[in-house]
Ligand binder design. Structure first.
Ligand code: MD3
Ligand code: FE
Length: 201
């Protein structure tokens, strides 16, 4: 492990995954997105999100006019693929050795994509950590407070960084302001993948 930094109780393990481990995960994700293609969720108010998403695991996160929620099936009607072993290995090391995650949410950021400030609020038990893996282009991550607004802190997340949100950090507002498109050569056509692993219920 290279270096661990703490920002607002969030733990970021810099360069936790070497290039081989990153490439293995990307390869495994290709299999996942073949079975469960990326889609563009819309907010409950009908605005398309700039980030494209899909999931693996028993539950996947979806958003549309009916709201934010977890579903057993991909919008196309198929079950979500299994979470790749390469990803589960990161969860066991940083999340929990006693429980597997229900959801592996895969976010893809193309040029110009961002994610507004929000809280991860659709899970039942917030005592489980969230583990996040960054792959590809660097992203400006912002973390705030337990309620909307107030002072925030920012840091760049780079390919191979693993962030762990547990305890009070699990409930903080956070978002991605922008990515530095083309800053990494991990993904042949650029962009950023973020994986978040969560226990849902
Ligand atoms: C802080 N993803 O999918 S990952 C999300 O980079 C999400 O795609 C961002 O926010 C991304 O919900 C940020 C880091 C992260 C994930 C979950 C958190 C930070 C968090 C939960 C609570 C607090
Ligand atoms: Fe989030």
């Amino acid at each position: 492990m290279q270096d661990v930094i703490r920002i607002r109780e969030a733990e970021i393990c810099r360069s936790e995954l070497d290039r081989r481990a990153q490439a293995q995960i990307v390869d495994d994700l290709r299999t996942v997105v073949k079975q469960a293609p990326l889609f563009s969720p819309t907010t409950p108010r009908g605005r398309p999100m700039s980030v494209r998403m899909t999931s693996a695991g028993t539950l996947g996160w979806v958003s549309d006019r009916r709201g934010y929620r977890y579903e057993n099936l991909h919008p196309a009607g198929e079950p979500w693929p299994d979470i790749p072993e390469s990803v589960l290995a990161v969860w066991r090391r940083h999340g929990s050795e006693t429980r597997a995650p229900d959801c592996c949410l895969i976010n893809y950021y193309g040029d110009g994509a961002r994610m507004g400030m929000h809280r991860d609020n659709d899970e039942k038990d917030f005592s489980w950590p969230v583990v996040s893996i960054s792959l590809g282009d660097a992203a400006l991550f912002r973390i705030g407070n337990l309620t909307r607004g107030g002072r925030t802190e920012s840091t760049w997340l780079e390919s191979g960084d693993v962030a762990i949100l547990r305890g009070p950090a699990r409930r903080l507002y956070h978002g991605i302001d922008r990515i530095r498109f083309g800053s990494s050569d991990l993904l042949p056509t650029g962009g950023r993948i973020n994986i978040t692993l969560r226990v849902v219920d």
